[in-house]
Ligand binder design. Structure first.
Ligand code: GDP
Ligand code: CA
Length: 330
């Protein structure tokens, strides 16, 4: 079985571990978000791709959910001694090695997809990890700033989230998206999938950024495989992160049902909401033309996460069977 997943960082990576446990024999392709990428100290940093790589490769700091386990910060201390900022973003030494390899390869002319493949070889990744695009697409967030002309200012997503701690957002802009193309293998992985999964990743700045790359949303919507998603919103709020702020910025209510309707029935065939908090959302989602089930959606343990992934695959199988039986006999 071929499974293709569109993943952000921590939420996506943790879910993917459950998916691999639920379907150990599947070929899994992960289409990763590059909207959080940035250049710092001359180094190209891809936070979401690295979170997936470190998590599935066994190098992640489990408690944090991002960055390397047993990390040291010698370089960061030296930069501080030189008075070189920014002081709100700290890179660990082991992590810097990843960015050095990436930056060197990009400088030599390799596309990000080839660089990502090379980095993942070292980690013997149990999935194929593809950046959604080889072009630069960077998420910027428009925030209020009384001192800026017009009273508003756009900041890079990392500055919005890490330095500013996610104040109210007015708009989300994908800088460079118009000129971006899906990376090699992305459209094929969507077209050839038996199941397409949207993990409980951020629907705006993770999955949304991937879908907005020209060609990807149309490919997912037109795929023969059932598309099943899991709600990152539980009980009217994100489990972690700033999805509430970025959903508000794009005019979407912070509920499990509203996120399903935001993806829409053209894209989404099935949706899972949390059984404890959101069972009442099932009827609303189904009324919108999306099959919906309520199951436990908290990734509180490896087993709970595996069961979530199993539920997504079961719903996909159910949808595929009903599509099959709906076809006129010929
Ligand atoms: P990021 O790039 O590190 O922000 O990670 P993602 O975009 O992949 O995932 C972030 C989303 O994961 C947030 O909106 C969270 O609400 C969601 N999330 C995190 N943990 C859980 C969980 O245990 N259950 C569910 N349903 N969602 C979760
Ligand atoms: Ca992210």
């Amino acid at each position: 079985m071929h499974i293709t997943a569109l993943a952000g960082g921590v939420g996506g990576a943790r879910f993917l571990r459950g998916l691999l446990a639920a379907a150990p024999d599947a070929d899994v392709t992960v289409i990763g978000n590059v909207g959080d990428d940035m250049t710092m100290h001359g180094l190209r940093i891809c936070p979401d791709l690295d979170t997936v790589m470190y998590t599935l490769g066994g190098g992640i700091h489990e408690g944090q959910g991002w960055g390397r386990v047993d990390e040291t910060f010698g370089v960061a201390e030296e930069l501080k001694a030189y008075g070189v900022g920014p002081d709100w973003f700290t890179l660990g030494d082991k992590d810097i090695a990843t960015h050095l390899v990436r930056t060197q390869m990009l400088g030599a002319g390799y596309p990000l997809s080839a660089v990502t493949e090379a980095l993942c070889t070292r980690w013997e990744l149990p999935v194929r990890l593809l950046p959604s695009t080889d072009e630069r697409v960077e998420t910027h967030v428009v925030v209020d700033d009384p001192e800026a002309p017009g009273g508003r200012r756009a900041v890079h997503f990392q500055e919005y989230w890490v330095r500013m701690h996610a104040p109210d957002a007015r708009a989300i802009v994908s800088v460079g998206v118009e000129d971006a193309k899906p990376a090699p293998g992305v459209l094929e992985a969507i077209a050839e999938a038996d199941v397409i999964v949207l993990p409980p990743s951020n629907p705006v700045v993770s999955v949304g950024t991937i879908l907005n790359i020209p060609g990807i949303r149309q490919a997912v919507a037109g795929a023969t495989a059932p598309v099943v998603g899991l709600s990152p919103i539980v009980g009217g709020g994100p489990v972690r992160g700033m999805a509430d702020k970025v959903l508000a910025a794009v005019g979407v209510d912070v509920t499990a049902a509203a996120v399903a309707k935001h993806y829409g029935p053209e894209l989404l065939d099935g949706w899972l909401v949390d059984a404890d908090a959101d069972a009442s959302a099932v009827a609303e989602v189904e009324a919108a033309g999306i099959a919906c089930r309520a199951v436990p959606l908290m990734m509180s343990s490896a087993e709970a996460t595996r069961a979530m992934a199993r539920a997504a695959l079961d719903l996909a199988a159910e949808i595929a069977a009903s599509h099959g039986s709906a076809r006129p006999a010929s």
